[in-house]
Design a binder for this molecule. Structure first.
Ligand code: C2O
Length: 345
């Protein structure tokens, strides 16, 4: 059977490993839950590369994040607030939510075929909340174009200390212009070599390594299963995606907060730009020709569902199957050169 969405009323303590956290990351509860219907799309929002945003788009993006941060102060229980949005990740990934009907069995949205759909829905509502606060239906999140050499450092908009996009809880050695290294535990220091390794890593996780859809997406995860762990994840999740979390999480903090741990990752505005690019990788993989079927038709996959608050603070249930076509969700990605397709090692 498919994984059921969590019951927010039963949300409990979050953990890192076996250590209980002293943050309460449970969402507000609501008695009214609706099955989410995708609204008609009139015009696609276009997510642009963060390092190529124009001044007007940068200003808008900062304003949106500032408005979410202001909600934290005016009403900490408002599900649209910056901290509440960050807590979504904590609750779904650090054991605060149990599987319905399986008390004590944590929900984990990483390391399985749920990884891409969950994060797509998460960003979808995050972006819609911003658009609604800005009263601008065209607003789109930027993506951190870390798979292109020009994007292989933290985009400058996140590194201005007086900006709502800034987060002091980052590895200070990795501030721009430090070159992003996607490989975990790499000791290479030559920037040109790092960039060329990054491109090979991208080629491998997108094209070279996966031999099935679940190799790329992550393994099956169903109702009653134990929480999946790192080896069960897909090539992209375990590769570039995890690489970035590890690369600039702050080693001065116990759990490498902010972006270096699930529970705190969403406190860094750059997390959402990172995940927009992760989501973009899913759209690119879908278009790459492969000698295995890309579509997973297992009903336990299609019917798996999650719970989010939408931009009107309505609690909604969303299905994995409804996330497959990002254009139905009303957005697309600006098209930019994809150098790693030519980087077969
Ligand atoms: Cu839900 Cu990049 O992690």
């Amino acid at each position: 059977a498919p994984l059921l969405p969590p019951e927010f009323k039963s949300c409990g303590v979050a953990y890192v490993g076996d250590d209980p956290l002293d943050v309460n990351c449970c969402p507000p509860t609501s008695d009214i839950i609706k099955d989410y219907k995708l609204p008609p799309v009139h015009r696609l929002r276009v997510r642009r590369a963060a390092h190529r945003l124009n001044q007007a788009n940068i200003a808008k993006y900062k304003r949106a994040v500032k408005m979410m941060r202001d909600l934290d102060v005016s009403d900490p229980t408002d599900p649209r607030g910056f901290t509440q949005q960050a807590n979504i990740h904590c609750a779904y990934c650090n054991g605060a939510h149990d599987q319905v009907g399986h008390e004590g069995l944590d929900i984990q949205v990483h390391f399985s075929w749920l990884f891409f759909p969950f994060h797509r829905w998460y960003l979808y509502f995050y972006e819609r909340i911003m658009a609604d606060l800005l009263k601008d239906p065209t607003f789109a999140l930027p993506f951190w174009n870390w798979d292109h050499p020009k994007g292989m450092q933290l985009p400058g908009i996140f590194d201005e200390e007086d900006s709502p996009l800034y987060d002091p809880n980052r590895n200070q050695d990795r501030r721009p212009p430090a070159v992003l290294n996607l490989a975990l535990n790499s000791t290479i220091t030559d920037p040109a070599q790092i960039i060329s390794n990054n491109l090979s890593l991208m080629y491998n996780e997108m094209i070279g390594t996966p031999a099935s859809a679940t190799d790329f997406m992550g393994k099956a995860y169903r109702d009653g299963d134990a929480p999946p762990t790192y080896p069960d994840g897909g090539t992209s999740e375990k590769g570039s995606h995890t690489g970035i979390h590890a690369w600039f999480g702050d080693p001065r903090n116990e759990y490498n907060e902010d972006i270096g741990n699930f529970y705190s990752a969403g406190r860094d505005a750059a997390f959402y730009a990172h995940h927009a690019n992760v989501d973009r990788m899913w759209t690119i993989w879908n278009k790459i020709s492969a000698d295995y079927p890309k579509v997973i038709t297992d009903p336990d996959y299609l019917e798996a569902s999650f719970m989010f608050y939408d931009e009107k603070k309505q609690l909604v249930r969303v299905k994995v199957a409804d996330s497959f076509n990002h254009k139905n969700l009303g957005y697309d990605y600006e098209s930019v050169d994809i150098p790693w397709v030519r980087s077969k090692p």
